[in-house]
Design a protein around this ligand. Structure first.
Ligand code: SF4
Length: 331
């Protein structure tokens, strides 16, 4: 079984690049973890990319790496990402890896470590973003290679992206999370995207994440504060009695959240690049979420079409029946 990370009230070790010490975010992070052992390093890749790491063991006690990103920071999103109709769709890499440990997470397929990198040169990121904005409006997914909201107890990246959206109306920022976020701001170009799953899926496959009830409470708090809220039912994960599981889930969502006040709803089934799936199987060898006999489609592993359609239609039909069909995005 994949390891369950205990919430990072302390990272036992914090690796810091020599050149990162000048950046204020280093002190900000260290002040929250006074017990951690600080180790100076030359380059984050010396630790992050070290060969032969035991990701299963690391996932039970993740360490933190603070680094300077001198390379590209903002990237065009992959075609399997949800662009919600925005032409220029980008993601930003402010951090890599996540404090949570979902069995099906593509990050496990992408990185050979469970440790988390946080880049601390925020000013360089802001400059790159502002330069891109001169080319036209931009939709930026700020929580792509991580769950930035969950990391907001560790660093102030979420606030940085929120403030940038508040001061640049051509920039739309999406903050996607499985955490129970408590703080949101109100602006039409700042989208808080909550990923919701049935409790059974959470306990089986989304290790370390808050329960559905806690996530629903956060959604309702955000709505109360006037935030622009997106609900993401993605990825839907196959389990034997998926029909019952997702029907009960739809009941609960319709009962507990005022969907009238939600910006939109997205639905998608699990999909992952074939290469990442190989690594994921090594990382979570016993998880049924990754052992499914997927079919291949353009380099991605996906559920067979008929299953995909059935799974999506359970939620789609329920939301359409409740009068929210116009808010649906299906991927
Ligand atoms: S919350 Fe998202 S980023 Fe974090 S482990 Fe789960 S799927 Fe991956």
């Amino acid at each position: 079984m994949c390891g369950q990370f205990l919430y990072p009230d302390k990272f036992s070790h914090i690796y810091i690049e020599e050149r990162a010490f000048d950046h204020p975010m280093v002190n900000e992070v260290l002040s929250s973890f006074p017990q951690s052992r600080v180790i100076r390093i030359r380059h984050y890749k010396d630790v992050f990319n070290r060969p032969g790491q035991d990701t299963g063991l690391q996932s039970k006690s993740k360490n933190l790496i603070l680094a300077v990103n001198e390379g590209k920071k903002i990237f065009e999103a992959s075609p399997v990402c949800q662009d919600f109709g925005y032409g220029k769709f980008y993601y930003v890499q402010s951090a890599m890896n996540c404090i949570f440990g979902c069995d099906y997470c593509f990050l496990k397929g992408m990185y050979a470590t469970s440790n988390i990198v946080i880049f601390v040169n925020t000013d360089d990121y802001i400059k790159e973003c502002e330069a891109k904005l001169t080319e036209g409006p931009m939709y930026l997914c700020a929580s792509y290679d991580t769950d930035l909201t969950a990391l907001s107890t560790v660093c102030s990246w979420q606030e940085t992206w929120e403030n940038l959206a508040l001061t640049h109306e051509r920039l739309t920022v999406e903050l996607r999370t499985k955490s129970a976020v408590s703080d949101t701001k109100k602006a039409p170009n700042l989208i808080y995207a909550f990923t919701l799953s049935p409790d059974r899926i959470i306990s089986e496959f989304e290790k370390g994440t808050p329960s559905l009830d806690r996530r629903i409470e956060s959604v309702n708090r955000a709505i109360e504060h006037g935030a622009f809220v997106r609900l993401c039912f993605d990825p839907l994960i196959y389990v034997k009695d998926y029909e019952l599981c997702y029907n009960e889930f739809a009941d609960k969502i319709i009962r507990s959240i005022d969907l009238e006040k939600v910006k939109d709803l997205s639905i998608g089934t699990f999909r992952i690049s074939s290469d990442y799936l190989k690594n994921l199987k090594r990382s979570c060898p016993h998880s049924s979420a990754v052992l499914f006999p997927f079919v291949r489609e353009d380099g991605f592993c996906v559920y067979p079409d008929d299953l995909k359609t059935k799974m999506i239609s359970i939620l789609a039909e329920r939301f359409e029946g409740a009068g929210f069909g116009s808010k649906l995005y299906i991927f």
